[in-house]
Write a protein that binds this ligand. Structure first.
Ligand code: NAD
Length: 289
């Protein structure tokens, strides 16, 4: 396939490289990032989009996605698909899909989970919203960049799944860190705490797969001085998206709201910027001192 790839940063760079390695013809554009191996440099979003069967975007936020889409859509050939893999607000995802449809194009919102390691290894999970025909067309590309794809429903459903998942993740990580810090205060050994919780009803991905206590459970950013991994400011971004979606949909999400506020304070006032989101544990132990 002929692919236009716009946004070649930490995630987009290796995703585009994997598509090129698999034999697709990839034209890339980024404001700043270098061209990944095998990707031909385009001079603009419009140039990357010209003649492509699928245009993939991997950008920082919904505002930037909207402006890139405004450039790319008029350059795309009829029947081509605009597939956004960034994590953005549901409203931007739906608006970009609407503009693409108006121009006779297909559109998918296909955010990912799996981080930079997953992008490099081609093991991302894609959660996809949009038309089924477009989904079928782009599925072979998801199979190259990832190992699992879930078709979630109409436009915006992929972003909805992503922010609901990450709201659960933010809340469970805070609860796990809070409980470790309480266990410390109660004199309970952290390894014993892990052994019990990871096999009892308090288990979660945060505890079992990404334990925030150094030296316990599988290897995680806690074992690397809380270097990300998944940075706290990215968790704050995702919790902000889930709260604004909850507000516009009229959903009551008090735990999500509190998690967002804790990460906001952590990132903006307590030195959490640039630290993994599991560094909430030393933050709590510090508070409990
Ligand atoms: P990044 O900042 O490394 O990459 C974004 C790229 O977009 C940059 O290279 C930037 O130069 C480029 N860009 C910005 N404006 C542009 C424009 N107008 N035209 C062309 N290029 C432009 O970010 P990332 O870590 O690659 O994340 C990308 C998206 O993936 C975000 O939405 C993020 O939330 C999501 N995501 C990231 C991770 C992760 O672990 N990093 C995991 C899952 C999802």
């Amino acid at each position: 396939m002929k692919i236009g790839f716009i946004g070649l940063g930490n995630m987009g760079g290796p995703m585009a490289a994997n598509l090129a390695k698999a034999g697709h013809e990839v034209a890339g554009f980024d404001m700043a990032a270098p061209m990944p191996e095998g990707v031909t440099k385009a001079a603009s979003s419009a140039e990357a989009a010209t003649g492509a069967d699928v245009v993939i975007t991997m950008l920082p936020n919904g505002r930037i996605l909207r402006s890139v889409a405004a450039e790319a859509i008029p350059a795309m050939q009829p029947g081509a698909v605009l597939c956004d893999c960034s994590t953005v607000d549901v409203d931007s995802a739906r608006e970009v899909a609407r503009l693409a449809h108006e121009a006779g194009l297909g559109a998918l919102d296909a955010p990912v989970s799996g981080g930079i390691g997953g992008a490099q290894a081609g093991t991302l999970t894609f959660m996809v919203g949009g038309g089924e025909d477009e989904f079928t067309k782009v599925q072979p590309l998801f199979d190259i960049m990832g190992q699992k794809t879930v078709y979630c429903g109409a436009s915006g459903a992929g972003q909805s799944a992503k922010i609901c998942n990450n709201m659960i993740l933010g809340v469970t990580m805070i609860a796990t860190c809070e409980a470790f810090a309480l266990a410390d205060k109660l004199g309970l050994d952290r390894q014993k705490m892990f052994d019990v919780v990871s096999t009892s009803s308090g288990y979660s991905w945060s505890m079992n797969a990404y334990c925030p206590a150094p030296g316990i459970g599988p290897k995680s950013p806690a074992d690397n001085d809380y270097k990300p991994g998944f940075a706290s400011e990215l968790m704050l971004k995702d919790l902000t998206l889930s709260q604004s979606a909850a507000q516009s949909a009229g959903a009551d999400t008090p735990m999500g709201a509190l998690a967002r506020e804790l990460y906001r304070v952590f990132v903006e006032e307590e030195g959490g910027q640039g630290r993994d989101f599991s560094a909430m544990l030393p933050r709590f132990t510090e508070k409990n001192r």
